[in-house]
Design a protein around this ligand. Structure first.
Ligand SMILES: O=C(O)CCC(=O)C(=O)O
Ligand SMILES: [Fe+2]
Length: 301
């Protein structure tokens, strides 16, 4: 599987970035992004590991909804048709906190942090989320240019973005694909783009032409992928590919995922220069709610 790399650091070159993004998006939708310093990523994993090591009852005090706070093991079953039990992961989410009377939870709500046990967590995680926002907005500009649109084309659509940062901890349990036991079941991502950082433990697999391929990123590099809404905007020219997590080692695995979404009221419909539209418009809110229903989420504990 051929995976392009986009350098968003000192080696940034806009023309190269647009080319690489287009090539990646049109094939399987996955690319690597060089942007974070070792310190930025290691600080996040230190924080994540410390959080998940807290006693169960302390973590449960931080439960709110599917996009804010703690979600215990068994909360999600991404591929109900092929899994015999839920994904073997627990999560901590930092969701949007915006004020808007017309938009209800689960989109906007209050975030919660275990401030008494981990006084620095709020600041470390909030800073990392801001960093993900900044990178995603830069990617939006490259995406717009890749369609031959003006670079600010998507800017207003991402005001009050309901983006989610989700820290994940996968159990130290080997997956058994035949028996339907997976760390995370096969799924596509639902938003515009996803920015994923792993702790270096392998596990992520992407489907290309009906076959599953392991994705092994250079250390500290983000793994990015096209989500359903970008596929829809592109009229299927950019691919939102299925992926899953298979634990082959039996070791714990940690990852940090940022899901970048347009404003819930944004109507996502094929862009003008992407051929005869294959889809009617759908709001981001409608799409996300339909995906929530199609996968299984246990009530937050
Ligand atoms: O943890 C990973 O490597 C992938 C997670 C993922 O695909 C997701 O949460 O949507
Ligand atoms: Fe995913």
């Amino acid at each position: 599987m051929d995976i392009q790399t986009i350098d968003m650091g000192e080696g940034f070159n806009e023309v190269e970035a647009i080319k690489s993004l287009r090539r990646a998006a049109q094939s399987h939708g996955f690319f690597f992004l060089k942007a974070l310093s070792d310190e930025e990523s290691s600080k996040m994993f230190e924080t994540s590991k410390a959080f998940f090591a807290l006693p169960e009852d302390v973590k449960k005090q931080e439960s709110t909804d599917y996009t804010h706070g703690y979600l215990g093991p068994g909360w999600q079953l991404l591929d109900p048709g092929n899994q015999s039990r839920p994904d073997t992961k627990e999560a901590f989410c930092v969701g949007p906190e915006l004020e808007d009377q017309t938009i209800q939870p689960p989109f906007y709500n209050k975030n919660t942090f275990p401030d008494t046990h981990m006084p620095e967590m709020r600041q470390v995680v909030t800073r990392y989320k801001e960093r993900m926002f900044e990178l995603s907005k830069r990617l939006n500009r490259i995406i717009a240019l890749s369609f031959g649109l003006s670079e600010d084309y998507f800017d207003h659509t991402f005001e009050k973005s309901p983006a989610i940062l989700r820290m994940l901890h996968y159990a130290a349990e080997k997956s058994d694909v035949e028996q339907g036991v997976l760390a995370a079941g096969a799924h596509t991502d639902w938003g515009m783009i996803t920015l994923l950082l792993t702790d270096g433990q392998p596990g992520l697999q992407v489907e290309e032409n009906g076959q599953w391929f392991d994705v092994i990123e250079p250390k500290g590099t983000l793994i990015c992928n096209v989500g359903d809404m970008l596929q829809r905007w592109s009229n299927d020219t950019y691919k939102s590919s299925r992926h899953r997590v298979v634990n082959k080692t039996g070791l714990d695995r940690y990852s940090i995922v940022f899901f970048f979404h347009p404003n819930p009221k944004t109507v996502v419909s094929p862009l003008p220069n992407c051929g005869k539209p294959m889809y009617p418009g759908i709001t981001c809110e409608e799409h996300l709610l339909s995906r929530f229903k199609a996968t299984k989420q246990a009530p937050p504990v």
